[in-house]
Write a protein that binds this ligand. Structure first.
Ligand SMILES: Cc1ncc(C[n+]2csc(CCOP(=O)(O)OP(=O)(O)O)c2C)c(N)n1
Ligand SMILES: [Mg+2]
Length: 894
């Protein structure tokens, strides 16, 4: 039996028990540790706990260990690096990180940047850079590092010393738009595509993405798409950041999946932006409980080596008691107020502790380091972490926010500190013995030694040993050949009268793609427990659900064809009910083309209501990361999803998707439109290498899917084409429809013609978003080229010579067609589903939201009458005939 987290258990406060008996037991236990070792001692404890349970004794739940380092001093290995040279390198990096922010704010006040985060993180990163972070394993990708976003100045400063970032870039930190190379504020692959890989600065996104990245790595390994190597994923996280639900929300997945390729390092500087993270408690202990409870291997690095001898001399345990009784608010004050204060208020509480530090000066007390600033402690923790088998590890490293920033250190305001006073600059230089010349020091300018000093040589050599510089992102685009459109022949042929939904149409296409000789294995279907909603059972049978352990049970439905099939090399990521987790998987799969040089093609199918509005920030980061793939918004439309009501019926995801610069949105009505769009998406993203991703709505209304008319492909992709012309060829009116509401427009066309003698064309609008983008780009070009012939946006070209007002209806909000108002002006009347949803059937919902065929016909007649093309009285009467109540409540407000 292997004990994952063998640790000494402090017995609960004895209640009137026999102290001497307890002492005897402890002595016996100590003997077992000495003679048999910690593993056996742990096994004994486990056996005792089991026996206690059997005997009805409730043993105390033990999620916390004493407030000291997890690794005992005697088990530490010596530091393998040259401590002195590494100290000087770190000092240079600290200097440049500080100088970069300081100078920029002197030059351009308010430009921002952070000094305090990196100053607490420096040693934690440097030990990694010098000894742990592998750039590559042969031709296999190496470790992946999620950097704390606000620490980016330190990461730049290192790259500057490595010679990868120029002085001009450093001087243009946060000056990105001046026609000269600059540096982005935070890790943004969009802005620095050969440097940053993982956007992390929106708190919580880094940690959850790191967990699912580690899982995705295993998925690729288990499916034999990449080699198994010892590569690790390191995520550096702020202690304040752990308040985000995304940070801690997926911890159990990491244990369940035994992700020993994952290491979290929490930079516990005890502060966030406004003040202490847990002034009245201890964040390290709280996190220890949370991670341990979730089954993680927890390594605490609380005290630096200079505490070792004090702890060794503390025979009574009083020092540990004092450490445990202090809350973080007090620990913060000790670092903010210095040695004398710490003597008085920390050690001074007990005369014995004062005695313990009697021979130390105040300065020496002030210099008692926290574990996260001690390379040897950090090194040992990292070593344990990478050697740990069977599950993820978290290192809880205690640090000081604003470490070394003089009067800013450990102050509540330190996070916002952007500039240092001259006095602080001098002190900074002194504390770290920064080897920069006087001039540079006084001015706070960046400094890179001109010639190859021992520091620079060492730094480069270490990185060479570890495979190369980091962070670095591979910009190359592995190219795939997209299948030709006729690969989706079934969808193009239509359903031959059978009523099916666009969702079913899509699932058939997905199943075909899964069989594609080259692309099939690269497809990654992702679903958050809605597979049956989308009719994925057949795909589950076809390629199986990924289960790292295989299927340990016989599924109860094994005897039916479409049973719940789990496989070690299953292809579907069935995530359970977590849209955030699914989005994180989508992110790992959608960026694998760069991270693993494996262009996996994710299709993430979900309830469209629980996408952009639920995990929108993660989608934003996906765009930043240059992610590719297909977001498939299922059960789309406020009136098409019947019965589910206000929290489910989506009439706005298309509005939200439109704000993501690299998101290409489509709202198709028919299976052949879906086929044209998906084929083109594969071509653009994976063949042409464009850094875009797709959002495509899918609906669950069944109707006959027509065969693709000739020559509509371009219109489908640009966003609009004429689907059904007026019968007599003389339309006075244009009807736009999207998704299933196109059918309502077609019915309205018939009503108008048959009952009112009004002829209309019907258009399928697959993307208002793309039409608007094209029109905006055309207008911009026209503005910038006044001397050249004006160009026409596609929407106006498509409508050239077309008469009459336009009634545009969709199952989304009116603002969706309104996107074209600048070009269609008063011609455009938008009908849409503004307002909270309801539970009812489609007929009633469409009536309520005024997007039914009758509502469209009524709007058309009303509009024509305003233009004096239809008698107003007749129009009013028509409303009545069509069952429209003019005094009905406005659904936007209902
Ligand atoms: C989602 C989100 N909310 C708020 C912020 C603004 N913010 C930036 S840093 C920060 C405090 C970070 O504290 P912590 O995680 O402890 O990191 P530290 O700087 O202390 O290392 C906040 C609130 C953000 N970046 N992301
Ligand atoms: Mg913090």
């Amino acid at each position: 039996m292997v004990i994952m987290n063998a640790y000494p258990i402090t017995p609960a406060e004895p209640v009137e028990s026999d102290q001497s008996e307890i002492a005897e037991w402890l002595e016996a236990f100590d003997q077992i540790i000495d003679e048999e070792g910690p593993i056996q001692a742990g096994e004994l404890l486990e056996a005792l706990v089991r026996r206690a349970h059997e005997s009805g004794v409730e043993p105390p739940t033990q999620l916390h260990t004493p407030y000291k380092n997890t690794i005992p001093v005697e088990q530490e290995l010596p530091y393998p690096g040259d401590r002195e040279v590494e100290r000087r390198i770190e000092a240079l990096i600290r200097w440049n990180a500080m100088a970069m922010v300081h100078r920029q704010n002197k030059k351009d006040s308010g430009i921002g940047g952070h000094l305090a985060t990196y100053s607490s993180l420096a040693t934690l990163l440097e030990v990694g850079f010098n000894h742990f972070f592998h750039a590559t394993y042969g031709d296999q990708p190496g470790d992946m590092i999620y950097f704390q976003g606000h620490a980016s100045p330190g990461v730049y400063a290192r790259a500057f010393l490595e010679g990868r970032i120029t002085e001009q870039q450093i001087l243009n930190f946060r000056h990105e738009t001046r026609g000269e190379p600059g540096l982005s504020s935070y890790p943004h692959p969009w802005l620095m595509p050969d440097f940053w890989r993982f956007p992390t600065v929106s708190m919580g996104i880094g940690p959850i993405n790191a967990i699912y990245q580690a899982r995705f790595m295993r998925y690729l390994e288990n499916r034999n798409l990449i080699e198994k190597t010892p590569r690790k994923i390191w995520a550096y996280i702020g202690d304040g950041e752990t308040d985000e639900p995304e940070t801690l929300g997926a911890l159990t997945l990491a244990t369940r999946e035994k992700l020993d390729n994952l290491i979290f390092v929490v930079n516990c500087n005890l502060q966030r932006l406004d003040g202490p993270v847990r002034g009245n408690g201890k964040i390290i202990s709280e996190l220890e409980g949370a991670f341990r409870g979730a089954g993680w291997n927890v390594i605490k690095v609380i005290w630096g080596s200079d505490w070792d001898s004090l702890l060794a001399r503390d025979r009574t345990g009083l020092l540990l008691k004092r450490m445990e009784e202090c809350v973080d608010g007090e620990y913060q004050s000790f670092k903010a107020k210095g040695g004398a204060y710490t003597r008085e208020h920390f050690f001074g509480k007990y005369p014995e502790l004062l005695e313990l530090v009697r021979d130390m000066t105040d300065q020496q007390i002030e210099n008692l380091h926290r574990g996260g600033h001690d390379p040897k402690k950090v090194y040992n923790a990292y070593l344990r972490a990478i050697e740990h088998k069977g599950g993820p590890t978290v290192i809880l490293a205690k640090t000081v926010k604003g470490y070394g920033l003089g009067s800013a250190q450990a102050r509540n305001a330190t996070h916002q500190e952007k500039k240092l006073t001259e006095e602080a600059l001098v002190s900074f230089r002194k504390v770290f013995s920064i080897p920069v010349p006087d001039e540079a020091a006084k001015e706070g300018v960046p400094y890179r030694p001109e010639k190859e000093t021992p520091e620079i040589a060492y730094l480069k050599e270490r990185r060479k040993q570890l495979g190369g510089y980091m962070p670095a992102r591979d910009k190359r685009q592995p190219k795939l050949q997209a299948p030709a459109l006729d690969f989706f022949a079934d969808a193009l042929a239509g359903s031959r009268g059978r009523a099916v939904s666009t969702t079913m149409g899509f699932v058939s296409m997905l199943r075909a793609l899964l069989k594609h000789p080259e692309m099939g294995k690269l497809v990654v279907p992702i679903v958050p427990d809605e597979g049956r909603t989308f009719g994925l059972e057949s795909a589950i049978r076809q390629v199986g659900i990924y289960a790292s352990q295989g299927q340990l049970y016989t599924p109860h439905d094994q005897d039916i064809l479409l049973y719940y099939r789990e496989e070690k090399d299953g292809q579907i990521l069935e995530e359970g009910i977590t849209e955030a987790g699914s989005m994180a998987s989508f992110t790992a799969a959608g960026t694998a083309y760069s991270n693993y040089r494996l262009p996996s093609i994710p299709f993430y199918m979900y309830y469209s209501m629980f996408g952009f509005q639920r995990v929108g920030d993660m989608i934003w980061a996906f765009g930043d990361a240059r992610g590719k793939g297909f977001l498939m918004g299922g059960t789309g439309g406020r009136t098409t999803l019947s019965g589910e009501g206000l929290q489910h019926c989506d009439g706005h995801s298309i509005v939200m998707s439109s704000v993501y610069p690299t998101c290409v949105t489509y709202d198709p009505a028919f299976a052949y439109e879906m086929a044209v769009i998906v084929q083109d998406g594969l071509r653009r993203m994976y063949q042409k290498g464009e850094d875009v991703f797709y959002y495509i709505t899918m609906y669950n209304e069944d109707y006959a899917m027509p065969e693709m008319p000739k020559g509509v492909e371009e219109g489908v992709l640009r966003g609009i084409y004429k689907y059904k012309a007026a019968a007599d060829g003389k339309p006075v009116l244009q009807l736009f429809g999207s998704g299933p509401i196109l059918n309502e427009a077609l019915k309205a066309q018939a009503i108008l013609a048959e009952k009112y003698g009004v002829q209309a064309d019907v258009w399928s609008v697959t993307s208002y978003t793309e039409l608007r983008r094209d029109a905006l780009a055309t207008d911009r070009w026209n503005l910038l080229h006044p001397a050249e012939n004006e160009k026409q946006p596609y929407i106006l070209k498509a409508l050239a010579g077309v008469e009459g007002p336009i009634i545009a209806a969709s199952d989304y909000m009116k603002i969706v067609p309104d996107q074209l108002s600048p070009w269609l002006r008063e011609r455009l009347v938008s009908l849409g589903t503004d307002g909270f949803g309801r539970s009812d059937n489609r007929t009633y919902l469409r009536k309520h939201f005024e997007v039914s065929a009758e509502s469209i016909a009524a709007a058309a007649l009303s509009r024509l009458s305003r233009e004096k093309k239809f008698d107003a009285k007749k129009a009013q009467k028509a409303l009545q005939e069509l069952g429209i109540d003019p005094e009905k409540v406005d659904p936007a407000k209902a």
